[in-house]
Design a binder for this molecule. Structure first.
Ligand SMILES: Cc1cc2nc3c(=O)[nH]c(=O)nc-3n(C[C@H](O)[C@H](O)[C@H](O)COP(=O)(O)OP(=O)(O)OC[C@H]3O[C@@H](n4cnc5c(N)ncnc54)[C@H](O)[C@@H]3O)c2cc1C
Ligand code: SF4
Ligand code: SF4
Length: 1020
């Protein structure tokens, strides 16, 4: 018999946001009691004010616990002081559940280990801060097991966060067919949890006899379970009636898991409570067999609705995954130049299904795919084509198209910005086609549009809409749309959320989905666990309104900034460039790609691209951060940014932190003196120019022990580093001393004498000149003082950087207009012309021409079809991060392949030196640790007959310093192949030495005379 839920006033909540905490006392207590880190400074709080959602709330403080005891002590201290608590993993949630006025417990830095894997029982015991891919990698490698539901954020989201949100993913389908079920709730065997009151329980499925036993035993757990059983008994029938029976019902609390048919599974009931009921201390999760082989079938249909209509047919073939994308997503990707090559791997069509099959052998997996194709060809309507991929590399490229979703659709040139808000809803899989068609119609009535993609196989559809979240009318319209969209999805028997959770962005809509009685039951459920209402309050139940706490909102009025860079992709706005970070958290990956080297070694939120972008956003907001550009906490976060440009390439929305940092520094030091290393390194071109007049003398100072200490200290250098020795002769001097140009009738090429090649590694320049001449070019090394200005950007000397660029354009205007190619040897200098130039002088026509005419050395030879000499040697190739960000090192790789080299190009990211960054005092440890991640161990491991190839001056320096090996520029490798030896540093000719010495003497005499005259003339 059904027992109606009784609304009970005992469960009315205190008003959300009413937090009155003695922050100083709480901080003091936490600092005294915790081994872990306690951070309450304004910058720490601002850093954790948001995640991937539209919401922003400044927390009370942040704790990074080092042990379970720390977590317990934190909660106890918060309880004493009446402070709410918010648990946090990777901070990638999209629905506002990780923004709150609370003490944030960030599990990701320290409590992130696999504690145990039991292969027999297929269980893993984990800490909440563990990254999903870290678990999967270990489980696959050691036991051939894996974890099913994998959010798109799998390489940086945490198990604690997945349990908090009841996360799913592509392979929720695999888990549905071949595992315990599609949701994280289905994978959770057991949770070790603590309540705000400090009661700690281990919870799991509880057969009735055990339930009776726990309740009879009394105590906190017995009392709590009795209340849960009572709640279950009262609302059980209503739950059965109102909960949609679909694979992706993630909205609401999992009261269904308390029903007898689900074994009173308290662990599953707590999964998806978004930190509002308990804090998870440890979890035991279920693993499943990892298919040995996978293949990926891509099916093309006339539109995405029709693709959606075929979901049931595909699901009948029991794939491992079934995802859908539409042509709007592909168009958006084209507009933002994302995955251009990968897109060409899609078959004909305007709506696509990506179907993954598995098996023990390739034949088995392919056979399943072919069976499906045969059926669709027979019965499928509007089926336009298909492609089957069964090698891992190709499959990964296609998956990247699907995973680009959010990034590709956030900021599309010529279109309005888009936001989450109705980004995740789910319908029964058989209604996917209908839902796509109807949702488009509803959205169109509001003038909204979006790509519709997602986990079609389980009816979960993602989107990102062009809401206006800054004006009153816009926000009201957004709110009305949510009502209509919710009505639509519910009319189809769906769920407001299919995987992202309710947080704040959907919680207010829960009564529509479940009715007031069940929402009252949610309230009761939360109160049973958290009677003080201090666990992530205002989320999921009795929530803040959807339109409260918006990160933008009607009072969004960032500090206006007059910028040096044009910020063309951000409508000329520094503020917009900070909003560009949509919080996906890809910059929290711990490996792979370049972004973000500092996070990879520090594991600190403030050392991610996201953390920096969020702090710059907060700087412009002004509260709690004070002092704008002079704020030291923002400076600290930016200081460990290497300006490696990794984010400009790897971040899905291309957050450009080097440009933001440079702009920040320019404003910070306006009218102020910079630290001395800024002058020593930022003006290195000028220093080198002076030093090149007497390199031996300078080297005598910088290379002599004792004296060199003084030199490094004076320059603000890390004592562990050495000042590089100046070459005896500059590249320009060597070139000028040669007897006339080679290949006078050949095509002219300007070889850019960057500071590092010209003054330090001249032999690289010599090798390049000879290689280009061997290729038939008439090489010109221009004379005079030239510098792209690269180091100036690192210290925010932007006025000077602009003048350098203007000077270069003036100087080479004729060559630029004549279309003469300019070849650069130092990737970071070449990158100035390819990248910074367009951002500094976007409207300069000759600047634009120059940007198109500048090439990395290997890029130039490769595009000209140069046939290099043969050198069948083993090569360890490391690409400079600026090189990777401005075209990549594919050309170098292609040249080496043509030479017959056996290439190993490890995913070594940034070398860690990054220009002068790693030279600066205070950066050495992080710089070295970044190098030690991949590059230095690989360099040390390489056999002595392996050639180490690195085009970047700083990369070569880091390798020499850290691995005691001597790497070569690719130009030197070509020389080695041609002549059998690497050219050595050229020496000055006798004539040059005599002229230089003469000039020095004359200069010294003139200077002495001037000083003498001045002293005599000066009034005493
Ligand atoms: C681009 C993009 C794609 C996404 N794709 C998917 C997807 O495919 N599938 C999917 O399910 N989600 C997806 N998400 C949402 C999100 O990434 C996932 O839900 C992810 O699992 C959250 O993990 P996290 O570590 O970032 O958790 P967080 O965001 O830090 O936290 C999530 C919730 O868990 C709670 N929590 C964290 N730790 C604990 C703990 N120890 N005890 C109690 N509660 C805790 C938090 O309070 C919060 O409510 C996506 C997000 C983005 C930005
Ligand atoms: S910086 Fe880029 S990758 Fe990092 S969170 Fe922001 S959008 Fe995501
Ligand atoms: S430039 Fe490099 S170090 Fe700086 S935020 Fe981007 S990826 Fe990180």
């Amino acid at each position: 018999m059904r027992v109606a839920a009784k609304p009970d006033l005992r469960f009315r909540t205190p008003p959300v946001g009413s937090v009155d905490v003695d922050r100083t006392a709480l901080r003091g207590q936490l600092e005294a009691e915790l081994e872990g880190e306690v951070r309450f400074r304004p910058g720490d709080r601002a850093l954790y004010a948001t995640g991937g959602s539209n919401y922003r709330m400044i927390p009370i403080g942040v704790v990074l616990p080092k042990s379970t005891e720390d977590v317990l002590a934190t909660i106890a201290a918060c309880r004493e002081h009446g402070a709410p608590v918010l648990s946090r993993g990777g901070g990638t949630s999209l629905a506002g559940q990780i923004a709150n006025v609370a003490v944030v417990i960030d599990f990701s830095k320290y409590l992130n280990q696999v504690l145990d894997i039991d292969p027999q029982r297929k269980l893993a015991r984990v800490q909440p801060g563990l990254i999903l891919d870290h678990l999967r990698r270990q489980a696959v490698a050691e036991h051939g097991l894996t974890y099913g539901p994998d959010p798109s954020t799998h390489d940086h989201c945490t198990l604690g966060g997945m349990i908090g949100n009841n996360s799913c993913g592509v392979h929720s389908v695999m888990s549905q067919f071949y595992g315990p079920g599609p949701l994280t709730a289905d994978q959770v065997e057991e949770l070790d949890v603590v309540t705000y009151r400090g009661d700690r329980f281990t919870v799991r499925e509880t057969p009735e006899p055990e339930l009776d036993r726990i309740i009879s035993a009394g105590g906190p757990q017995g009392e709590l379970y009795a209340k849960l059983r009572d709640l279950r008994d009262r609302v059980g029938d209503l739950v059965r009636e109102r909960y949609p029976n679909i694979p992706r019902r993630v909205s609401g609390y999992n009261l269904d898991r308390l029903l007898p048919e689900h074994g009173f599974d308290v662990a599953a009931a707590l999964t998806g409570t978004e930190g509002t009921c308990v804090t998870v201390l440890e979890a035991t999760v279920r693993l499943i067999d990892n298919p040995r082989v996978r293949c990926l079938l891509v099916l093309g249909f006339a539109d995405s609705g029709l693709a959606g209509d075929h979901v049931p047919m595909v699901m009948a073939h029991k794939p491992l995954g079934l995802e859908g994308i539409d042509d709007v997503l592909l168009e958006d990707m084209t507009l933002v130049h994302l995955h251009d090559e990968d897109k060409s791997m899609m078959p004909k069509g305007h709506g696509f299904l990506l179907v993954e099959f598995g098996g023990d052998t390739k034949e088995e997996a392919d056979a399943k795919a072919n069976d499906l194709v045969a059926e669709i060809r027979k019965e499928g309507k509007h089926f336009l084509g298909w492609t089957l991929y069964d090698d891992q590399e190709a499959e990964e490229h296609v998956w990247q198209v699907r995973e680009a979703g959010l990034g590709a659709t956030a900021f599309i040139p010529g279109k309005a910005d888009t936001y989450e808000g109705w980004e995740d809803s789910a319908v029964p899989p058989e209604r996917v086609g209908d839902y796509i068609r109807e949702l488009r119609k509803v959205a169109a009535q509001y003038g909204y549009g979006s790509a519709l993609y997602g986990h079609y196989g389980q009816g979960c559809i993602h989107a990102r809409w062009n809401f206006d979240l800054k004006t009153k009318d816009g926000i009201a319209t957004f709110r009305r749309f949510l009502d209509d969209a919710a009505d639509l999805v519910l009319s189809m028997g769906g769920s407001l959320s299919g995987e992202h959770g309710d947080g704040q962005s959907r919680a207010e809509l829960l009564p529509k989905m479940f009715g007031e009685e069940l929402v009252e039951a949610f309230r009761e459920f939360k109160s049973i666990w958290d009677p003080d209402w201090k666990m992530n309050p205002g989320k999921v139940v009795d929530p803040y309104r959807i339109t409260d706490n918006l990160r933008l909102g009607t009072d969004y009025a960032p500090l206006p900034v007059d910028t040096h860079f044009s910020f063309g992709d951000d409508h000329g706005s520094f503020a917009h460039a900070t909003v560009r970070c949509v919080g996906i958290g890809k910059c929290r990956r711990t490996e792979g790609g370049v972004m973000c080297p500092s996070f990879m070694v520090t594991r600190e939120e403030k050392h991610t691209t996201r953390g920096r972008a969020h702090l710059l956003f907060e700087l412009l907001e002004g509260d709690p951060l004070e002092g704008a550009w002079s704020n030291d906490e923002v400076f600290e976060a930016l200081d460990l940014c290497l300006s490696c440009k990794g984010c400009t390439n790897d971040c899905p929305v291309h957050v450009d932190m080097p440009t933001l940092k440079s702009e920040f520094l320019a404003h910070r030091y306006r009218g102020r003196l910079r630290p001395r290393h800024a002058y020593a390194f930022g003006l290195i071109d000028q220093a080198a120019r002076v030093a090149s007049r007497a390199p031996r003398l300078v080297n005598a100072v910088t290379q002599t022990p004792g004296l060199s200490r003084l030199a490094t200290a004076a320059a603000g250098m890390a004592p562990e580093r050495e000042v590089p020795a100046f070459a005896p002769q500059t590249l320009q001097d060597w070139f000028a001393a040669r007897d006339g140009p080679r290949n006078p009738g050949g095509k002219t090429v300007l070889l850019w004498p960057d500071t590092f090649t010209n003054h330090f590694h001249t032999e690289v320049g010599v090798a390049a000149v000879e290689a280009l001449e061997d290729a038939g070019y008439r090489v010109v090394v221009p004379e005079g003082h030239l510098c792209c200005g690269r180091p100036l950007y690192d210290y925010g000397f932007l006025g000077l950087a602009r003048r350098y660029l203007e000077g270069t354009i003036d100087r080479f205007r004729d060559e630029i207009r004549a279309g003469t190619p300019i070849v650069g040897l130092e990737p970071s200098c070449t990158a100035v012309f390819k990248d910074e130039l367009g951002k500094m002088l976007p409207r300069d026509e000759d600047g634009r021409r120059l940007a198109k005419q500048v090439f990395h050395f290997g890029e130039f030879l490769e595009r000209e079809g140069y046939e290099p000499p043969s050198l069948p040697r083993k090569v360890l190739l490391h690409g400079h991060c600026h090189h990777k960000a401005t075209g990549g090192i594919g050309s170098e790789q292609a040249l080496l392949e043509k030479m017959g080299a056996d290439i190993d190009a490890p995913d070594s990211g940034c070398c860690g030196l990054a220009g002068s960054w790693g030279y600066e005092a205070g950066h050495y440890d992080v710089s070295r640790a970044i190098g030690e991640r991949v590059l230095l161990p690989e360099a040390r491991k390489a056999s002595t007959d392996t050639l180490l190839v690195a085009d970047g001056f700083s990369c070569r320096t880091q390798i020499e310093h850290g691995a005691h090996r001597t790497p070569l520029h690719i130009a030197q490798v070509l020389a080695l192949a041609r002549t059998g030896e690497v050219p050595s540093q050229p020496r000055r000719t006798l004539q040059q030495t005599v002229t230089r010495t003469g000039r020095l003497l004359v200069g010294a005499l003139l200077l002495g005379g001037a000083i003498y005259a001045a002293r005599r003339a000066w009034p005493t």
